[in-house]
Design a protein around this ligand. Structure first.
Ligand code: CUA
Length: 338
């Protein structure tokens, strides 16, 4: 039998775990691993704020220690009227220095960092992407093309991309920490943010405003690709759904209509034009399902179709009671939609 962990050790372990929780392995979503100019500005400001906070904290502790060592009476100090030098110290360290520090940080943040990270005039960007926040996925449109996708945004690398962020229901917040600051998606408003990636890669994003039951499972990937790869990807996404190639895929397409999938999902090139859930025209080409909750594998997709509420409670996709045969053919068909 393993030795039980003593409560004090358990506490220390827990404290260490909390301390290092944010450090281990970067999952592509760290504000401190900036991959663009805007996010570098934000990271630099954060490090400065941390350094200044450390100096202030160390200073306070030092003064506290000095006061304790030099106290004239035994026991805990009592609060008394202060006068003379003590009053000067209190005013200096309690009022003047905090004002100077905060005003300096305010000026740097407001006049430099915010300017570096705010959305530039749309005319100075090379392309625009529309992202609509929905409970609980991201709808992504590429104006000028028919491409509509979900949860996985592709952009060409080293290109200024103007992201227009809106919402289809409640307030969400679009945030890809390694590329830029967050931007709220507010009903009736069109907010913008610049996406720019220094190098090809996969960057993780997350909804940053509580938007309901599955807010924490409202994630996305941004794939920055070489211009050629991006062009090829976009051409494929703009095309209609490919025709079923096997008998099972054909049965899957039939089931897509008979099992009510088509009333919520669109398959461009077919009569399915539902707008409630994600566009599934090229769902097989995505790497994840349900806003990054599941990997896009046949087993995971079957699990999702069988009972979405078990995977993502509260999702608008109901348990449709799809027969096991239809689950298999739907999976085969949807996975073929590359
Ligand atoms: Cu969408 Cu939180």
């Amino acid at each position: 039998m393993p030795r039980p962990v003593r409560p004090r050790h358990a506490l220390t372990l827990a404290a260490c775990a909390v301390l290092v929780a944010g450090c281990g392995g970067n999952n592509g979503q760290s504000t401190l691993a900036p991959q663009s100019r805007a996010s570098r500005e934000i990271a630099t400001l954060w490090w400065w704020m941390l350094a200044i906070a450390c100096v202030v904290f160390a200073g306070s502790l030092t003064m506290l220690a000095i006061a304790w060592v030099r106290r004239r009476r035994e026991g805990m100090p009592v609060i008394e009227e202060t006068k003379g030098r003590t009053t000067g110290l209190v005013i200096g360290f309690g009022i003047v220095i905090p004002i100077i520090v905060n005003v300096a940080l305010f000026i740097v943040a407001n006049f430099f960092v915010i300017r570096q990270t705010e959305a530039p005039a749309a005319a100075t960007t090379s392309m625009t992407i529309q992202v609509v926040g929905r409970q609980w996925f991201w709808e992504v449109r590429y104006p000028g093309t028919k491409a509509v996708t979900a949860n996985e945004i592709h952009i060409p690398v080293r290109t200024r991309v103007n992201v227009v962020a809106t919402t289809g229901d409640v307030i969400h917040s679009f945030w890809v920490p390694e590329l830029n600051r967050k931007i709220d998606m507010i009903p009736g408003r069109r907010n913008r943010v610049l996406l720019y990636a220094d190098k090809p890669g996969r960057y993780r994003g997350q909804c940053a405003e509580f938007c309901g039951l599955q807010h924490a499972h409202m994630s996305m990937f941004v794939f920055a690709q070489t211009p050629q790869d991006y062009k090829r990807w976009l051409q494929n996404q703009a095309a209609g759904a490919r025709a079923p190639g096997t008998a099972q895929q054909q049965a899957g397409q039939k089931a897509f209509f008979s099992d009510q999938c088509a009333s919520c999902h669109a398959l461009r090139g077919t009569s399915a034009s539902g707008q409630v859930g994600p566009d599934l025209t090229h769902v097989g080409s995505r790497s994840t399902l349900a806003a990054l909750v599941l990997p896009n594998t046949p087993a995971a997709l079957s699990r999702w179709i069988r009972n979405p509420q078990a995977v993502k409670p509260g999702t608008r996709m109901p348990d449709l009671g799809v027969s096991e045969r239809d689950v298999r053919s739907l999976t085969a068909y949807l996975e073929s939609l590359k």
